[in-house]
Design a protein around this ligand. Sequence first.
Ligand code: HEC
Ligand code: HEC
Ligand code: HEC
Length: 97
Amino acid sequence: MSRIIICFLLFSLFFTVNSFAANPGPPVIKLKMGSKMLDFTHLKHQKLTNGQCWECHDKTPGKITNWSEATAHKLCIPCHDLNEKGPISCKGCHKKS
Ligand code: HEC
Ligand code: HEC
Ligand code: HEC
């Protein structure tokens, strides 16, 4: 029985990893922030996280669920803070119109 479960888990893992590899998404994503725009270096961030997409995407790569101001701030700012790299001040991200 437990062998079946392990097989199932490996199988799901395989497909998760594979679906991540299948579509890396755009190298730069234009994130709209009200009237301003941020050129988010998606590819660079993928490299920074060693291809561990789940640092930002929960299950499948693609649109992030409930993407909003709160979601973005909660995702982006703590990591910059922790690494002491990347913008944490409002103007660091909210600058280009
Ligand atoms: C540092 C955070 C971060 C990491 C790491 C990351 N992404 Fe993303 N990704 C985003 C954001 C932000 C968006 C835009 C979200 C939205 O519009 O809902 C996005 C969007 C996407 C999209 C959809 C693009 C579209 O417009 O339809 C794909 C596909 C994607 N990412 C794949 C990946 C893959 C594959 C990896 C790992 C190799 C990865 N991402 C790693 C933040 C990240
Ligand atoms: C897993 C950690 C992590 C997450 C999550 C993350 N970043 Fe970053 N980000 C970094 C690091 C580290 C740097 C500094 C890179 C450097 O200096 O070379 C950076 C740099 C940046 C920069 C400076 C310009 C550039 O491309 O180097 C911007 C803008 C930025 N991040 C936006 C975002 C946004 C928007 C999100 C959320 C969608 C996000 N980051 C999520 C780690 C992260
Ligand atoms: C790491 C980058 C980053 C930092 C730092 C940041 N934001 Fe944001 N913010 C974003 C992103 C990305 C969005 C867009 C989310 C979305 O698409 O709904 C956003 C959305 C917003 C919005 C809603 C859209 C708008 O412009 O009306 C407000 C308001 C906002 N941020 C205010 C702030 C304030 C105030 C600070 C400083 C305390 C701040 N942000 C710091 C990335 C950032």
